[in-house]
Ligand binder design. Structure first.
Ligand SMILES: Nc1ncnc2c1ncn2[C@@H]1O[C@H](COP(=O)(O)OP(=O)(O)O)[C@@H](O)[C@H]1O
Ligand SMILES: [Mg+2]
Length: 288
């Protein structure tokens, strides 16, 4: 289900209140008991049932009757809370169309002081197992791991963008709420859809950006032609949630994989002769 700006603008304050209440209790329940929502929101049963019916029809909430009547958020509900907060704090004044949809996110165009995008992280349960493995970090026995995973993923990307954007060509982070990051809009297209004028020059420049990021403590971890936008303002490295530091136990392997993936693309598409191992050593040797 995809959200529209209208849908969020039209959410009634009781509907937002109910979404927040479910979010609150989801730390403790897979299905938040109706009783808790009634007590917490202090709305009448009739009002709640009417509002929840609407939230279900919007794809924001899902319900069950067994073993008791309870409700849980869906991505649409969690996204709405994040977007409503960004709008409330005046980070964004209008939400536009979908700009891109990746493996683990939906990216909307929006208006702030200038053009921005809002990236809503959607990390499902399966990918979460790998976060847990890579980072050795996740509370045991948690309810709704996708909420945690998506929030965590946004936090990680926000950390990297804040650290890097003044030195490395990345989007400028503006604000974060729950699973949402507002960041500067980069015009252009991902490299797979761009024909570069001088591919060798671009490759060398990109390698320089990867090196700067490495020196600052960030290895991208998912670098490819799909995570670089090329346009009138040059190239930008996007999509940073899975970064690892150079002290990570698999840092070398991850950096080499990043470089090999990108090199393979330049070789395939532009017939450049690149030795990824040399490129890799040119980065780590000068740093160590
Ligand atoms: N700052 C941005 N400006 C413009 N478009 C963006 C921006 N960030 C992401 N996008 C678009 O959204 C798509 C998905 O974003 P990405 O960060 O790669 O997430 P995913 O993890 O889902 O791949 C990108 O391929 C791109 O088309
Ligand atoms: Mg991506």
């Amino acid at each position: 289900m995809t959200l529209s700006a209208d849908r969020i603008r039209e959410l009634h304050r009781y509907e937002l209140k109910i979404l927040r209440s479910i979010e609150h209790f989801m730390e403790r329940y897979d299905w938040v008991p109706l009783e808790h929502i009634i007590r917490n929101t202090r709305l009448s049963l009739g009002e709640i049932e009417y509002r929840i019916g609407r939230l279900i029809s919007y794809g924001m909430v899902k319900g069950t009757m067994v073993p008791y009547q309870g409700y849980t958020l869906l991505f649409g509900g969690y996204d709405s809370l994040a977007l409503a907060s960004l709008a409330h704090t005046k980070v964004i004044s209008a939400l536009g169309d979908i700009r891109g949809e990746g493996k683990e996110s939906v990216v909307y165009e929006a208006i702030a002081v200038g053009p921005v995008v809002v990236k809503l992280h959607h990390v499902g349960q399966r990918s979460f197992q790998s976060i847990r493995k890579n980072r050795g970090f996740m509370p045991e026995n948690m309810h709704c791991p996708w909420v945690f995973a998506s929030h965590y993923s946004a936090e990680q990307e926000y950390i990297a963008l804040k650290a890097l954007h003044e030195h490395v060509a990345t989007p400028v982070p503006i604000a974060m709420n729950r699973n949402a990051i507002a960041m500067s809009f980069i015009s252009g297209n991902t490299l797979n859809r761009v024909k570069l004028e001088d591919p060798l020059d671009t490759w060398e420049w990109l390698l320089g950006e990867v090196k700067k990021a490495y020196e600052m403590g960030y290895i991208h971890g998912d670098l490819s032609e799909y995570n670089i936008i090329g346009g009138p303002d040059g190239c930008f490295l996007i999509d940073w949630p899975q970064w690892v530091p150079p002290t990570h136990e698999n840092a070398d392997e991850i950096l080499l994989h990043d470089i090999t993936t990108l090199a393979a693309y330049f070789t395939r598409r532009y017939k450049l002769e690149i030795n990824p191992k040399d490129a890799f050593f040119s980065i780590i040797r000068q740093v160590r």
